[in-house]
Design a protein around this ligand. Structure first.
Ligand code: ADP
Ligand code: MG
Length: 599
């Protein structure tokens, strides 16, 4: 099997870059007071907990030898008090930070989504939707945690480390030095293994992202897969991606265990050292008490904790910086199809259109249209016909400026006879005057009323009904269980193809476009329903400029002008009668279809 797009890992190995973190600061700054409060809470909680080894020491060295039960009681109270305080502080901190991190997720996601909505078709042409999803969902989740808790924990662990060292030295300076002497060994282990651990987890997340992307597409395309009986192939691709996922995970866990194992070994080693030194000194009559040794041994484990944690935090910073980079990269993705700097608002257009010497390529070097000229008069209906892949939809994409031209220009005439270049007017003023119907109209979840109103959000209920009536959509809507209030499932799954198109016609009519564009709008519909749709279409065409791409030529016979698109431009143009008389390409296409239908 050929390598599919899903096998390609995202590049996640990027050097730690402050600039991304700095840029992310914008999302954190709004929460700085909450974060500082959380930090203070946590610092208090951990400082309090550092008294616990001290309590052990006091009980063992003073209360027990003196049989001071009252002191034991006081110490027990102190112990309970500290634990209670820790719980309260920790709870408040978790709540505050959960809130902060949700806000951060929300803010980043909103910005990302807003940008994704603006990105041109060309951006979506080259990326699997699943990978975009992973960025919006997983990356943002994981980044938000590092930005909120990660930053706090980092500061906290540094404070912890300082506190612990202070407490250790306050307890016994010599023993503290023995413990701190073990530090280089520990740091060496971290420097050796940690980067490998990080890369292993990164690799795992990559494999996971590939898997998710494939999963998303498979769910999206499940109908087609079943139709083509592709299940077996899909399952085997999935299995391969899943195996890669599992292996990456196992490897990461193995390395992580190694880290844990070495840190455990180090702790035990230092502890042993501590006990030997302690016993030796006590035996030698030095001033080290049993309580001090026990307290110190508790500090030992606490001493490594912040160091390991800091290493972990550093790791996730490095990982998440890569995610941040991906997120910002998406936010920085240029909106190549955007309002020109001095874009004017396109005044109401007459419907007259000119393509002047238009050249266009989706991919560099492969021109789909070359030096194409086209003139549409106001109120005229023109049809684009020609073989699949000739560039009919491309003509429409360019008129709506879904892509920028590589050469030439497209002009629209306003009602005062002025001409406007589509690239020099605002996208909003341009597209709001065009109505486009595609072969497969997108129906959103929501009521039928909402779906039609999508065409013009301020339309009243009665305007919506009127539009539906005019395109003959209200016959079927009235038969629906709740009429216009019927809830439509995702993608309009509870409507037939024809019904979906009727809803879309109503939506387009409601928007009252100056130019109506139908791109194979009735192609996926049976002839019977098409007849019904034709009435709706005729209704919409009244008094409007229209550009119609139709597969069935019988539906465009009556258009004022028919353009045969082939070979990167217009090969033939004229009315049906003219083109038939010419006996050229159109004639061949038409007679072939008539024969086919008769057969
Ligand atoms: N998004 C795209 N990216 C790259 N190539 C495309 C894209 N859309 C269409 N093409 C190519 O451009 C040519 C014209 O396509 P199109 O205008 O959709 O043809 P049709 O006449 O069938 O509507 C085809 O060769 C097609 O493969
Ligand atoms: Mg097409």
């Amino acid at each position: 099997m050929a390598r599919n797009k899903f096998d390609v890992d995202e590049r996640l190995e990027s050097p730690f870059q402050w600039k991304h973190l700095k840029r992310a600061g914008k999302y954190i700054a709004r929460h700085k007071y909450k974060m500082i409060a959380a930090l203070v809470m946590s610092a208090l909680a951990s400082a309090a907990s550092l008294f616990i080894p001290k309590i052990t020491q006091w009980v063992l060295d003073e209360a027990v030898p003196n049989g001071d039960t009252a002191m034991i009681g006081r110490m027990a109270m102190l112990f309970v008090g500290i634990i209670a305080l820790s719980i309260v502080f920790t709870t408040i901190r978790s709540r505050t930070m959960a809130h902060v991190s949700q806000r951060i997720i929300h803010d980043i996601r909103s910005d990302l989504f807003a940008h994704l909505q603006k990105l041109p078709f060309s951006y979506y042409d080259s990326r699997p939707a699943g990978k975009i999803l992973v960025r919006v969902i997983n990356y943002v989740n994981s980044v938000s945690d590092i930005l909120s808790n990660g930053i706090i924990n980092m500061i906290l662990e540094i404070i912890n480390l300082v506190f612990i060292v202070v407490f250790m030295y306050a307890t016994d300076a010599t023993l503290a030095t023995v413990i701190v002497a073990g530090l280089p060994l520990f740091v060496a282990v971290i420097i050796l293994i940690k980067p490998r651990q990080r890369r292993a987890w990164q690799n795992q997340s990559n494999k996971n992202s590939n898997y998710n992307a494939y999963l998303a597409e498979s769910i999206d395309g499940v109908r087609v897969s079943q139709l083509f009986d592709r299940q077996e192939v899909n399952i085997s691709i999935m299995r391969k991606l899943a195996t890669a996922c599992r292996e990456a995970w196992l490897r990461a866990v193995k390395i992580s265990n190694l880290v844990w194992l070495s840190s455990e070994t180090m702790t035990q080693l230092v502890l042993t050292f501590l006990y030997i030194a302690g016993v030796y000194w006590i035996g030698g009559g030095k001033m080290v008490s049993f309580g001090v040794i026990l307290a110190m041994s508790q500090y030992v484990s606490r001493f490594w904790q912040p160091i390991t944690n800091l290493a972990n935090i550093y790791n996730s910073f490095v990982n998440n910086i890569a995610y941040l980079e991906r997120i910002f990269e998406t936010m920085d993705e240029p909106v190549v199809v955007d309002d020109a700097p001095n874009a004017e608002t396109l005044p109401p257009i007459s419907g007259e259109v000119d393509f002047e010497d238009v050249t266009f390529a989706y991919e560099d070097g492969i021109n789909v249209l070359e030096h194409m000229d086209l003139h549409v008069r106001a109120g005229e209906s023109i049809a684009l016909v020609g073989p699949t892949g000739a560039g009919k939809s491309t003509v429409i994409n360019l008129l709506c400026r879904f892509y920028n031209l590589n050469g030439g220009r497209i002009l629209l005439h306003d009602r005062d006879g002025q001409v406007h270049d589509v690239s020099q007017v605002t996208l909003h003023s341009l597209r709001s005057q065009l109505g486009i119907m595609l072969q497969d109209s997108f129906i959103f979840s929501g009521t039928l009323m909402d779906n039609i109103r999508y065409g013009r959000l301020d339309a009243t209920d009665s305007e919506v009904r009127e539009a539906a009536r005019r395109v003959r959509a209200d016959d079927f809507i009235k038969k629906m269980p709740q009429g216009y209030k019927t809830e439509i499932k995702e993608r309009g799954n509870n409507l037939s193809q024809g019904e979906k198109q009727l809803v879309a016609f109503a939506r387009t009519l409601l928007s009252d476009p100056a130019i109506l564009i139908l791109d194979e709008a009735t192609s996926s519909i049976d002839t019977q329903t098409e007849k019904l749709l034709q009435e709706g279409i005729q209704e919409m065409l009244k008094g409007r400029t229209s550009i119609i791409v139709a597969h069935r030529l019988s539906t465009i016979k009556n258009c004022d002008s028919i353009l045969y698109i082939s070979n990167k431009g217009i090969a033939e143009a004229g009315s049906h009668e003219e083109l038939m008389a010419k006996r050229g390409l159109y004639y061949q296409l038409y007679t072939a279809q008539v024969k086919e239908e008769a057969a």
